[in-house]
Design a protein around this ligand. Structure first.
Ligand SMILES: *[C@@H]1O[C@H](CO)[C@@H](O)[C@H](O)[C@H]1NC(C)=O
Ligand SMILES: *[C@@H]1O[C@H](CO)[C@@H](O)[C@H](O)[C@H]1NC(C)=O
Ligand SMILES: *[C@@H]1O[C@H](CO)[C@@H](O)[C@H](O)[C@H]1NC(C)=O
Ligand SMILES: *[C@@H]1O[C@H](CO)[C@@H](O)[C@H](O)[C@H]1NC(C)=O
Ligand SMILES: *[C@@H]1O[C@H](CO)[C@@H](O)[C@H](O)[C@H]1NC(C)=O
Ligand SMILES: *[C@@H]1O[C@H](CO)[C@@H](O)[C@H](O)[C@H]1NC(C)=O
Length: 238
């Protein structure tokens, strides 16, 4: 999905086709200054170990109209071990990276995409940490909240003049096989689930609004959402 800076999905739908299914708005208050660091907790304990879903959080940068995302994608088990794919990208034209796990382009457009695959337990909560590590350079790190294990996803440098992270944006659940040309049938969506945790920035705990459906399968994919101690749980599919 790519919603540019808008957090109004209906507007984004007019602008471009997207196969995201669910949106969830987050905010971190008291951010008169843009954020230099933000962490998005996420748990996919109830996701099936198959490729197809992307559970992500978007963030905007001051002085830029395009966004970055970070998130998790399930992968099939490898040698009977659970595997997770973590992504960290920028859709901002002029973003550069020399990181081995990053490449030019994001969703077929401008930007940079960084990704890693790790062996890791689905039961654990993961922290998607986005940090301003120098100038306009941002580093994405995947942190296993249970083991403390940290894996660098990658880093990218935004064009000069880019600012820090703005205190509100949205996350989403996307079924990306539906991004390919051709139709899809809402009732064929496989079942999956995610819990979005409240974002955290040093000294500040953010908030999540309720998750909501959007796209062309509203009311047709078995969407359920609950608030739990961990955050906002979302499940979709059959
Ligand atoms: C996974 O599903 C079980 C059973 O519905 C539920 O009790 C649990 O809270 C879910 N876990 C997460 C992280 O959503
Ligand atoms: C990062 O990229 C390097 C070089 O392509 C690769 O060997 C390594 O496995 C990647 N790291 C992860 C965690 O995916
Ligand atoms: C930490 O992550 C690395 C890279 O994925 C992996 O090789 C290592 O086994 C992990 N360690 C623990 C304690 O999970
Ligand atoms: C974030 O980056 C800054 C450098 O800009 C560094 O001092 C700090 O330790 C980093 N935070 C974490 C949690 O890695
Ligand atoms: C914002 O600042 C006020 C006053 O310092 C404080 O009471 C409040 O808890 C802060 N809110 C957040 C979300 O950090
Ligand atoms: C931040 O402010 C907005 C608007 O005033 C409010 O709806 C939201 O609950 C606040 N979030 C937190 C974490 O205090």
């Amino acid at each position: 999905m790519k919603l540019s800076t808008t957090i109004i999905p209906t507007l984004a739908l007019l602008l471009q086709p997207t196969q995201a299914l669910v949106g969830i708005t987050w905010n971190v208050n008291n951010s008169s200054k843009a954020l230099q660091e933000i962490t998005f907790p996420m748990n996919i304990a109830n996701a099936s170990h198959e490729s197809g879903f992307y559970f992500a959080q978007q963030y905007s940068f001051k002085n830029q109209k395009d966004v970055g995302y970070t998130g998790l994608q399930p992968r099939p088990d490898t040698n009977s071990k659970p595997k997770l794919h973590a992504a960290f990208s920028s859709f901002i034209a002029g973003t550069t990276s020399t990181d081995p796990n990053c490449s030019d382009g994001a969703d077929g457009g401008a930007g940079v995409s960084c990704a890693i695959d790790i062996e890791g337990s689905y039961a654990h909560t993961y922290l998607l940490h986005v940090n301003n590590t120098a100038g306009t350079t941002w580093t994405g790190t995947l942190i296993d909240a249970v083991s403390g294990n940290e894996t660098r996803v990658g880093s990218y440098t935004l064009p000069e003049g880019s600012g820090g992270i703005v205190g509100d944006q949205m996350g989403f659940v996307e079924y990306y096989p539906w991004n390919a040309a051709g139709g899809h049938s809402c009732k064929d969506l496989p079942r999956s689930a995610v819990t979005f945790g409240k974002p955290v920035s040093p000294g500040r705990v953010g908030a999540l609004k309720d998750a909501y459906e959007y796209g062309d399968c509203v009311g047709q994919v078995g969407f359920e959402t609950h608030r739990t101690l961990r955050g906002v749980e979302v499940s979709v599919g059959f």
